[in-house]
Ligand binder design. Sequence first.
Ligand code: ADP
Length: 166
Amino acid sequence: MSRIAVYTGTFDPIHLGHVDIIERGSRVFDRVIVAVGINPDKAPLFTLEERVKLVREVVKEHKNVEVMPFTGLAVHFVREIKANCMLRGLRTTSDMEYEFTMSLANMTLDSDIETVFLMAKDIYSHLSSSLLKQIAAFGGNLEKFLPPAALEMLQGKLAKVKKTSK
Ligand code: ADP
């Protein structure tokens, strides 16, 4: 049986902390599916289509990584595509509580699906898409934290937003 992991997230936009988890996950699993979704608690800057296109561009060199949009419950999506595991990144202790609750909820919904956590790399452990969007809005340098395609897309989007709000 091949080991297929699903890495869900909003990826608004994808940053190097996400990329690190995808790369390390792709060494542990036979296939990694990056599932780009809609989080009802978040108002994303990019559309689902934009986020999927960007993630595809960023991970295109990894032959065992695929990118798919998804809606609804993550465990349903995992089962639908015949995967058997959920991959998550863990940053700080503040992620623990949320991730612990989510993994228990998912286990209750479908006990056949395991969640595997990879610790964030120290240099990315403070990174979040929302922090990066805030820094970008104030013109901060994000080259160390975003893949080039994401940096270009974020700068383009912010310039557009600025223009329309004038
Ligand atoms: P969500 O809206 O589901 O939280 P995110 O795009 O913020 O989506 O995160 C998707 C996944 O990536 C989650 O498992 C999250 O813990 C992980 N993640 C986010 N930021 C980092 C980071 N800097 N390093 C490692 N993993 C991260």
